[in-house]
Each structure stands twice: as C-alpha cells, then as structure tokens.
Write a protein of this length. Sequence first.
Length: 574
Amino acid sequence: MPGLRLFLFLLFFFPIVGYSQIGCPGCIIDLPSTLPADTVFLQDAVTGFENLPYESNVSFRLPKSTTPVSILDPSVPGGLTIDRITISGLSNLPAGLSWEINQTDFRPADQTDGCVLICGTPTEIGYFLVEVNLTAVVFGIQQNSAFTFPIQIYPEPSTDEPVVLFGNSGCDSLEVTIVNNLPSNGLPGYSYQWDFGDGRMDTSEFPGPIAYNLPGQYFVNFKAFIDTAGFTLSAVKVLEAGCSDFGIPPIISGNPDLYFLLKDLDGNEVYRSDVVGDASIPTTFGSTFLLVDTAYVLEVWDDDSGLAGGDDLCGRVQLNRNQIDTLVDGSLKVSTTIFHPVLEVIDQDTVIVFESPERPDIFPDEIYLNCKDTFYIEGDNGKFLTWYREGLVVGTGHNIAVLEPGFYWAVDVDTSGTCFVNSDSVFCFPREFPPDPIFNNDNNLLYIPDSIAFSQYTVAQWYFNTEEIPDAIYFSLCATQSGSYTIVVTDTLTGCSSNFEASIAFNPNYDCLSGTEEAGIFDLKIYPNPVVDELIIEDFSFGETDRVMIFDAVGIMVWSRTGFKHGSKIDVSS
C-alpha cells in the first residue's frame, strides 16, 4: 500500500526523539494546549555536543485518521480511521546515546499523545538520520514501515574559559595579557575575531599584550570559529525518480526499488546506499559519507536484481560539498543534506582602567614638637586621607594630630579602592626636654652643678615629699629637714619639663639660710660691690674642705671652688 507507506513517512517526518530503552526513563508529555485533537505534531530533537551529556525530551501527537496526513500529501486519501500504530524500535543513534519511549502501542481512538527520551554521552560527531521502525493498521491491513529524523552532534567545546585576561584591572594604564584557551595547535579550520573594546580589532590566534592608556571600562569580545568536522553527506532525498517498476494498481505496486551510488569524477564508486524496496516518492536515504573538496557524481538506480537487463539508471547528477540547490537530470530530481558543523564560541571579558587620584599635598613641611601645643598636619583641599607614621596607620581624616616624632605621610585612595597615591613625607622633630636637673647636697644646700646648661627660659619648682614648697623657684634650695626633695624644671617656650628626686639627710650642724654654724658666726667680707672684674672674699675661718659657690639671681650656680683661702680673688669677668 504505497499510499499508506507515504502516510507513515509524513507522519514521522519530524523527529521523534527519546531516551534509551534502558537507563533513560521519565519522559514528560508536554504539548501546546492549542493543538487540534486530530493532527500530526512532533517536537524537534535538541542539538548535542561530543563527549558532553545529552538529554532531549520530545513530545508528539499521532493522528486519529488520515485526514491531517492528506493535508500534507494530497495523494493520501483522507477520512480513513487509523486503528493502531506500534513503534518497534530506533536505530542509527549516535554512539553513546540510548532511548526510551513512554509507550510503544497506540490506539489513536483513545490515545495519541506520547513522548520519548534520548540520553547519554555522544562519542561521535555528525548529522545522524535516526531510523524509526513501526507498524500501522488501517481497516485491518498491517503495514511495516520506517522513517528517519535527524540528530546533530557538534564537536566538543572547550571546557576552559575561552579567554582569560591577566592584569585586566588597574590604575591609569594597563598592559593586559590575553590567553586563548581554544588554540588551533597547528590544525586548519580555526579562525578568530577579537574586539578589544577601544576600536582595535584583531584576527590573530594569540594577540600580544594589549595596552590601555586611558581610564575607562572596555569590553573584550572574542569569537572562535572551529571548522574541523568537515562536510558530511547526511541525506539524499529523491524528489522525483523518473523510473518505476511494472504494477497493476492497487494490487501490485509499481514503485521502484531505489538506491544511489556516489562516484568520483574518474567513475570509481566511493559509496553505495541500501536499497529501499517499493520506495514511495519522495524517499530519503541516510548517509554518513565525508565529502572532500572535489566534485562527485550521484547516480540513482532502480534495483531490478534477477530480472533481465539488470538495474535501471534513473538519472545522474553532479554535486560538491557546497551544493545547496535541487539537482535535476531529466525526470530525476534530487536534494541533498550536507552537514557542515562550524562551532562558534563567543566569550566576553572586561578591562577596567581606574584613574588614580591627584597626589595630595600636606603641610607644614616640618614640625618641631613641644609639650605645650598640639600640632596638626593638614591635607590639601579638605581630602579625606589615610595617615601613616613610620609605615603604620595612625589615623584617617582631613588632618592628623602629631603626638610622636618621626616621618609622616598621607595616602589618597580612589572611590573604587583600587588606586592610591602617596604624598611627600613630613618629618616631625622630637620634643626638646630640659636636661635632667640632678642636684647635689653640700651641707644642706641643694644645688645643680650643671645649671648653666639650662636656657634662660627655664624655671624651677621644688617639692618636699611631693608637696610644693612655696616660693622655692630657684635652682638651689636650703634643706631644712630630712626627706624626699624633688626639683621640676620647665622650659617656658615648649612647656616640656624634667625632674630629679633625691632623699636628703639634714645636717643640723649647718644652717645655709643664716650662714651660721653652731660654733659661732663667720667673719665674712665680700667686695667690691658691684663687681666688674675681680671679687675679693675675706674670711679667717675658711678650711681646706670648705667650698665657695656663686649663684645668679635665679639661683643658678655659676662658680664653685674648694680649698679657698682668706683674701683670695675671684675672676668674675666672664
């Protein structure tokens, strides 16, 4: 029944795709809600990639009658009820794939919707015409038939990021290194397109480092075209044959038993298809022949094996791997499907060049610390800065209080937190403290031997057992009792102070306040007064261990000597 066979072909012209008979369960029927009840519908199979997991859920609806089929092919009579459709198997799946259908036996009066799954990991590339074998029953007549549908498997894409950029973020200017993770490794069929985002383009496989000298955001776009799978003659469709067998309709079919040959231009056969017996027109042949860049001759034959005269030539056409037109030779019309997968890989990455802030100015240039005033280092233009002292962060803000000596500088950071710039450094000199006021005790007279080292701006204050002694503001003091004596000296310009403390044992035999001794009264003469050059001191009671000391108006000792004798002269000109 050629009409029924044609109907079955059209019924499954669009691919039924499913998963393996074992290991791919769980397909889901998911059809558009607007489909008519009596129609032919089949979802497309998805495209897969070599060595990557593949899964496709395909739903379909079978017709209840031949009416929707007759719309596709007027030679099929409409209005005939289809009693039963049985799907018996799939063949020519890509290696690594298997299938499973939700059911194989359909009674269209009650059930027309189904689904299939194809799953697995394809291990070969190409355009595969999967063959579906089935049986249909119309008016009690059973007819076996088959149809094909395509599954395309493309080459495996790279598992790496196609493009990796190193050094693609920085300040002011960058030199970005680009790594192409889809190299050709010297093989033909690879081509590349680069757009660096700043108007520059390139087609090289490995572009050198790319310099970006202006702040901004740049989108680096990459395309790789991998044309390594070649050209596969995946299907030959005979649209009109121009040859047929003897027939007596409707009992004996007159359809030809078709096959095709592919030959090179020297007439050598390079491919032979299987024979499709009693072939209805159009008839499609599956093929996996890889075409090279040359011309071929395609011949369509009617197999008349065993009959006198042999096979009949239906026609002969010439094709090449770029052929896309319908090929005609007399009454023969042939179209071909040539599978030429070109894998296009697209990737994008970003280069960001930040603009560094202006170098901050800080002032003053140097600072001399003291103990009275608080000094600040200021940043220009009120910038919010991070302040460092000797490499350690000591604060943030528009200024910083200087508490310790050392080198100070400021850092300004951009809003992205990426770019920073340092100011010049400022040195803060240490505080100048007065010398330690170490004093001696000479018969209850507490005095500083090196008091001349103190500046004229230095003042003193004495304490007894931590209590301030009123009016004791000179550099010497007469102790009046045993205890702890402390002198604090302060530089009135800087406010910095030093101190010295010592325990004093009071000697009751001496009274430095009155200049008397328990044994009697000194007979002391000092002249001239005022004195310019020489001062004469007369005192018959001087002993060799006694000391003569001269103090200025604030109590600083300016001259001292022991072993002084009666009538000695002292040079005070200095």
